[in-house]
Design a binder for this molecule. Structure first.
Ligand SMILES: *Cc1c(COP(=O)(O)O)cnc(C)c1O
Length: 386
């Protein structure tokens, strides 16, 4: 790698004041210690306690949705989201192949089959124009339900994912959903604090999922949430994720096969403290983007991914897109061996052994992005100056 990259790596180390700069670390201070300590001191660490309700209420308020149901992780949130919108065994679920494997796994837990569609260069998320074209080719509406002519299966839902915090083109996607009578479920695992036309991601879908894993913009250790504006679905999500137990002072009566997916109180305490500082974290992420934009402008044939018009990104993970003059392995080798922890985008899911035979549309953009995208250190810095 040439002088430009040596300087790039050195500037990042200088910015973070570290010799080895991790990809993403959580930001904790006194608030987290205070709330978590309170749980331990009072003994309310597990499935009962007031932090879960407080966290759910504050989260719903932040997202601008009626309800949030806190669960053990983002994958569980997606699983239940898909279940309560009516995804059933042998249904197909449209999703990008360029996503974390959890999106596909959640559909599989219900016996449904992922059906992969392409992303756009502009958003790195599901491309509504290509989706529309694909459904015109393979889809047929019968009694208001969409079927895949090639497999005979029902197509039940569309699950876009807001890659690295960048919102997909939701207006156009909702038009396609309307036209083909499909339910929208947002995988908003990465986009807490991201907005599309001034509205928070995750508030567009009938139901959406957020993740609070350790590497996400805020963390509960492990955790997730189901977001919806439908009170009835929210109540059902709560019921299903708390073993489907009928409330009673002492009897154990459960009215269906439920899940033990409830977020423990101690995790919600951590989450509440994190949520209180989320606006500051987002602001610091945006300042980091401006710094990176300057650094990346010194690299030939490389661009920093920026938010789209109409969108405000949380910039969860900073992303480089390499031009054709590069071999991504050379860049990953250089950066990782020189203290800048960086990662390529996921292996597209249609390439994984368990999903290799799933139905799919043309995935040419996904395939070409695989060898161009990489994430670089993205922990928000505490910028003092404005
Ligand atoms: C993190 C993530 C999830 C799953 O979240 P977990 O909390 O790790 O289970 C799902 N989808 C995407 C796109 C993610 O990035």
């Amino acid at each position: 790698m040439n002088e430009q990259w040596i300087q790039f790596a050195n500037e990042i180390k200088k910015m973070y004041g570290k010799d080895v700069v991790p990809l993403h670390e959580p930001t904790f201070d006194e608030k987290e210690i205070e709330y978590v300590t309170e749980c331990i001191k009072t003994g309310w660490v597990s499935s009962v306690g007031s932090y879960v309700t407080r966290f759910e209420e504050e989260l719903a308020k932040f997202v601008g949705a009626k309800r949030a149901v806190a669960v053990v992780n983002g994958t569980a949130a997606l699983h239940i989201a898909l279940k309560i919108v009516g995804v059933e065994e042998n249904d197909e679920v449209l999703m990008p192949s360029l996503t974390f494997v959890a999106t596909a796994n959640a559909a599989s837990y219900l016996g449904a089959i992922p059906h992969f569609v392409d992303v756009s260069y502009e958003t790195l998320g599901m491309d509504p124009i290509k989706l529309n074209k694909h459904l015109e080719e393979i889809g047929v509406l019968r009694n208001g339900k969409l079927y895949n002519k090639q497999t005979g299966r029902r197509i039940a839902a569309v699950v876009p994912m807001h890659t690295f915090g960048h919102p997909v083109d939701l207006d156009r996607l909702l038009e396609v959903c309307d036209k083909f009578n499909l339910v929208l479920v947002e995988d908003a695992a990465e986009s807490l604090g991201s907005y599309y036309k001034g509205r928070h991601t995750g508030s567009f879908g009938k139901v959406s999922a957020i993740s609070f894993n350790g590497n996400k913009i805020i963390t509960t250790g492990g955790g997730g949430a189901i977001i919806t504006n439908d009170e009835h679905l929210a109540d059902y999500a709560k019921h299903l994720t708390t073993t489907a137990k009928i409330p009673h002072l002492w009897e154990y009566v459960h009215d269906e096969i439920g899940y033990n997916y409830r977020m423990p109180n101690i995790n919600a305490a951590l989450g509440l403290a994190q949520l209180e500082k989320l606006p500051q974290l987002i602001e610091n992420k945006r300042k980091l983007t401006l710094k990176y934009d300057k650094l990346v402008s010194n690299l030939d044939d490389v661009k920093l991914i920026m938010e789209n018009i109409n969108s405000k990104s949380n910039y969860w993970l900073q992303t480089l897109i390499l031009g054709n003059s590069y071999d991504i392995n050379d860049v990953l080798n250089y950066l990782n061996n020189n203290g800048i922890i960086s990662r390529p985008v996921w292996t597209p899911i249609h390439k994984l052994s368990m999903y290799i035979n799933c139905p799919k549309a043309d995935l040419s953009i996904t395939e070409s992005l695989k060898n161009k995208l990489l994430n670089i250190p993205s922990t928000p810095l505490n910028f003092k100056e404005s």
